[in-house]
Design a protein around this ligand. Sequence first.
Ligand SMILES: [Zn+2]
Length: 477
Amino acid sequence: MPLHSITFYRFALESFARDHQNSRKAVESHRNRLLRSLLLHAREHVTFQRPRLANVDLDKIRLTDIPATTKSAMMESFDATIADGVVTLEQAIATDSNKHRLELPIINGKYIVVKTSGTSGKPSWMVTGLRDWAILRGATFGRMARNWLTAGRVLQSPFRPIRTACLAAEHSHSMTWQASRSAELWARPFVNSRFYSVVESVDRIAQALNDYRPEYLHAYPTAAEMLARYRLDGGKLRFDPELMSVGSEALTDIARACIREAFPRTRLVDHYGMSECLPLSTECHHGNKHISTDYAILEAVDADDNPVQPGELSDHVLVTNLINRVQPVIRYRVDDSIRVSQEQCACGSVFPTVQVVGRKGSQIHLRNDGGMWQLLSPPVVVDTMLRTKGVSQFQVIHLRQNELRVKFIPSKGHEVASVAASVELQFANVLRRLNCFNSVTVVTEHVDRFERTEVGGKLLQTISLVPAPVSNQKIAA
Ligand SMILES: [Zn+2]
């Protein structure tokens, strides 16, 4: 059994056990131990973190003594954000140059790289040591298992591996793909994990899933909704996963209702995670997202980074990942609006709950070449843009039905015409796979800056000015 499999299962069990033990004291002491050790490590080994942590009393840690940081601040000093400089920005970027071959982007056999676009639309890079990644991956699996696995099923798994599947954008730098691929490598022989690309016709996706019959399916909410609609419209789906988790984008009430109607026997779990920290939260059967405070710290803060009162809506979030030692993420700004509650949930869990209000980006509903509705969801748009060459920032707008405008700022040293050609090529690829190539027009436009009209100055990367199809409204009623 590979070393990382042992780590994966060890931390899956540990995460599951702590969840079941359900003791506030045990969670807090675990968290405090990890936090202290993370800060000590970061101060000693990470140039970027040293001045930020200079005034912290490690025996009496107050997070508010540490200034907040941002994605762009970390990107500007990327090499200094890596412990002992074991990975350089050049090495991270180089993992993106091999034409997106579907392999885990691993440097020197030890460090995994994720490329994100984030709310600014600028690509950025995060590095995690493989062992830490296996811990985060195992912990996420362990937390998810409480919603689903029985002791009986676990005991059968050596003879009949548990079947899990993931339906998302297939891209070697996507966090979701990496999570699925690493489970495929490390969770064997007790768990079989398979990945299905969401950029595919729903018929083909349905057929492939019917052949595999997953017990647990993870998907983007829009992809899960697409499958649900397919079934409700009479399409054949010959499986009912016991657990379906969704993440990476907002789960709308319409989508939730539609998925529940199509999969009445399935537990639906909305997962709130992010590239900077995978196992942030897991939803319980009362519909509350419990924060994994033993792996991450989520601070709900106002525009000046001061903590808001429990129950109050935050301007943004500061995230601390308690596991990643190679590129520590400490009080790192993420532009989601959240509300954290310390009130006891009816499920009995001691973990606080979080309500996520702002995960930005609209869904784009296209008419495909056969006249049917086809979703182009924000993560697929981001994935398409991450495949382009020479884009510094972007915004995709659905102007009129089936008319897309892609605005972009070219990166330094890139010709506008070649960047536009690269955007057009990637959109042509995705539209062809979605069976929308002949019905959708894409116009590119290069701009010098973006208007930030939204509260908080955030740039919306995906905007739809076209109302959602009426069939969605029917289901909501
Ligand atoms: Zn609960």
